[in-house]
Each structure stands twice: as C-alpha cells, then as structure tokens.
Design a protein around this ligand. Structure first.
Ligand SMILES: Cc1cc2nc3c(=O)[nH]c(=O)nc-3n(C[C@H](O)[C@H](O)[C@H](O)COP(=O)(O)OP(=O)(O)OC[C@H]3O[C@@H](n4cnc5c(N)ncnc54)[C@H](O)[C@@H]3O)c2cc1C
Length: 389
C-alpha cells in the first residue's frame, strides 16, 4: 500500500491530523494498535482551549461540541476555607470549552468515516522504518499477515507508550522528565456537578478538583500517594475525602452517587527533544506529557497538529520544507510554556511530602498574591485559556 502520510495512533492527535490532511486532499492512513471501542472507552481530558475548538471546527468535527459542550468563563480556586473566582473571560476575553476527550475522539472518528479516510485498527507490531531516508515506510501485522505502507512522511501520534519515539536511535533524542510523588484518584459519577464551573482546591489534606463532563455527569479528583491502591477506595471513602478538602458550603452541595469509572493516574512532566527525526515527526503525548493540573495535555496535542499540518500543507502545496524544518522548534516553544504552567499549577496546589511548613507558607503567599494582583491573575488566566499558536 502507498500513502502520503502514515499516521501511527488513532488518539486525538492522529485523528485531528488525519482529518485536516484528508480535507485538503493529502492521502493518509491511520494505524492503531487497539480496537475502535477500546480507544473510545478511555476517559481522559475534558477542558478545551479556543485554539483546540477552532481546529475541531476546521476539521469539520465541531458541530456536536458546539451544541453540547459547556463554555466556561472562569473557574474557582479554593483555599483557606473560601473560594476565589478566576474570571477567565474578564481577564483575557477568552473562555474554555468543557467537552470530554471521548466525545472529541468519537466526533473525529465519525467525521473520518464519513470522509472515507482509511484507519486500520488492531494493527499489531507497527514499526516505522527508513525515516532517515526520503522513502520511509511502516510495517505492521494484521490477520496473521505482514503488511507494508510506503509513504512520504510518518507522524508518530501514538502516545507516551507508543513505538514511534522508541524507534529513534538513543543518541538522537534527549529526555527531560520529572515524576511527582503522588497521583490523582479520579471518579466519574452520573450526578449533577457541584457548580457550573470547575473548583481547584488547595487543602492541608491534599489537592482536590471538582470538574464535569456535562450537566448530569461529574468528574472529581483527589490527590493520593502514588502507591495507593484503587481497591482501598470504595466510593464512600472517596466522597468523604473529597468533601473534607472543599470549603464547607461547597462540600455540602456535592451530590454523591455510584462511580461509573475510578482510576489512579500518575502525575508526570516529560519532554522529548527534538520532535523531528528526518521524515518522522512526533506529535502529542508521543513527545511530551504534562501533569493534568493545567488541563493542557489534549490541547498540546492539538497545537502540535496545528504546526505539523501547516508544515505538511506547505510542503504539498508550495514544495517548501521550511515549515517541516521549523516544526520541532515551534512546537517545543509552546510545549515548554505549557510544561512550565502545568508544573506551576501542580506545585501551587498540591501537598508535597518534603515541602514542610515552609513550602505551605510559600503556597499560601502565592495564592494570596494572585488574588491581590490583577497582573498575576491575568498571567494565570492567559496560560489557562491557552497561549497563542
Ligand atoms: C489517565 C489520564 C488522564 C488524563 N487526564 C487529562 C486531563 O484531565 N486533561 C488533559 O488535558 N489531559 C489529560 N490527559 C492527557 C490527554 O488525555 C492526552 O494528552 C491526550 O490523549 C493526547 O492525545 P494523543 O493523541 O497524543 O495520545 P493518545 O490519546 O495516548 O493516543 C495515542 C494512540 O496511539 C495508540 N498507540 C499506542 N501505541 C501504538 C502502537 N505501537 N501502534 C499503533 N498505535 C499505538 C494508542 O492506542 C492510542 O489510541 C490524561 C491522560 C491520561 C492517561
């Protein structure tokens, strides 16, 4: 088989890139290790920047998001038993959209099916080859047979555990990494959210977050030690712990119910440099991971795709390599700013085992400062709504 761009991974990055290419007549094939149903069963991000929603619209996969997504003009930070609002729209003129990653993925998959795009699910042992030459190809197994796709470029959109980054010779890539000593225990429950906007809480017992997916589906998290076991957290224990970490009135307003999903996610910062190796390009979680505190993971996948799509489009329409040559530098410049913001949010809102009283006083001073300085609050808001591409 032959295509112009072989895309590894059918997550948000791969699907969005594939759709933008298809819309402009660039042939592409998506190779995905899992089944379509498995990809759709993963519950992850939910806060979309305006740049991300604009790209979904551009891809032709934004109409359900516009109809069912929840535009948010702000969020609350809770500390010292009180809630303090960050007026995102008042400070930046922008808002964010709450719309689950599962729905984004479903909309992109459906659009791809309508456009006749080729996706190969349950592709085993996908391997990129020859990306240091002008004639790369990808191999995989399916139905007990070995297959080969010849292509112009390979896009590694296969997430943190994917094969694309691992195929690069060790000396050609540098890794920057920080693992945090805690995780997020998260649940989804079919109960109305505690309020119309997100609440991020800094509490002596640890961080908590009240989020949502819709008016009837809530997403809640509490910080837990990384070695915690999910079976030690029956729903009742989760709800009790969550309420302890929220201001009294907020805790009393929480509607509880049986969880429909419960998991513990490790919290990690990770960046691979560069993001281009000859004709192989990494995009999204394949190249970088952020702690979810700033809600940036999915949005960074989208901004990588913005730069990569523009570069490929320029290559195919103008025969220019300039965008491809600039891809890694442009994407990483934005990635590192989001890494900094997510790291800052994580440090400001969580309890750290080695911070002690000094660390807590610094956190308190930071939060106090934020709400006494419009400049400081604006800096938070402009990062949260998403820096320009
Ligand atoms: C538990 C969890 C919770 C999260 N919560 C948030 C959040 O609240 N907010 C936020 O902004 N971000 C969150 N994230 C991050 C966000 O989900 C990711 O940034 C986003 O999914 C990145 O999209 P992607 O397409 O780059 O990668 P992925 O979504 O990981 O997609 C990669 C795809 O590649 C496939 N693949 C992997 N290996 C291979 C292979 N060898 N061959 C073929 N296919 C392969 C995978 O099956 C997958 O479908 C969370 C992530 C996790 C894991």
């Amino acid at each position: 088989m032959r295509t112009q761009v072989a895309i590894i991974g059918s997550g948000p990055a791969g699907l969005l890139l594939g759709q933008l290419l298809t819309n402009t007549g660039v042939d592409n094939v998506i190779l995905e290790r899992a089944t379509r149903e498995h990809v759709l069963s993963r519950i992850r991000a939910g806060v979309l920047e305006e740049g991300t929603t604009a790209m979904l619209q551009e891809a032709g996969a934004g109409s359900r998001m516009r109809a069912e997504g929840l535009p948010h003009d702000g969020f609350d930070l809770a500390f010292d038993g009180r809630r303090h609002r960050v007026d995102l729209h008042g400070l930046t003129g922008k808002r964010v959209m709450v719309y689950g990653q599962t729905e984004v993925t479903r909309d992109l998959m459906e659009k791809r099916a309508r456009s006749g795009g080729r996706s190969i699910y349950e592709a085993v042992n996908v391997r990129p080859h020859g990306f240091d030459t002008d004639r790369p190809h990808v191999t995989y197994q399916k139905g007990g047979r070995e297959h080969r796709i010849d292509c112009d470029f390979i896009a590694g959109c296969d997430g943190y555990h994917g094969v694309a980054r691992r195929s690069v010779p060790q000396g050609a890539i540098e890794i920057f990494e920080r693992a945090f000593p805690f995780g997020w225990l998260g649940i989804i429950a079919d109960v109305p959210p505690v309020g119309p906007e997100l609440v991020y809480a800094n509490h002596p017992r640890g961080f908590a977050l009240c989020s949502m997916r819709s008016h009837t589906r809530s997403r809640y998290y509490v910080q837990v030690p990384i070695e915690e076991k999910i079976e030690d957290w029956p729903d009742e224990r989760f709800w009790d712990e969550l309420r302890r970490r929220l201001p009294k009135a907020t805790a009393e307003a929480v509607t509880t119910g049986p969880s429909v999903e419960k998991s513990i996610a490790p919290i990690r910062s990770f960046v691979a440099e560069p993001l281009r190796f000859g004709r192989l390009f990494l995009a999204g979680d394949a190249g970088h991971i952020v702690p979810p505190t700033g809600a940036k993971g999915l949005n960074l996948a989208a901004s990588d795709v913005r730069y990569l799509f523009d570069a490929l489009h320029e290559f195919y329409t103008e025969k220019s390599q300039a965008g491809l040559d600039a891809y890694s530098r442009r994407a990483l410049a934005r990635v590192w700013k989001a890494e900094r913001f997510s790291w800052w949010m994580t440090n400001t809102l969580h309890r750290f085992p080695d911070h002690g009283g000094f660390g807590q006083k610094i956190q308190h001073a930071e939060l106090d400062y934020l709400f006494s300085s419009r400049a400081a609050l604006t800096a938070l808001a402009e990062n949260y709504v998403g820096l320009p591409y």
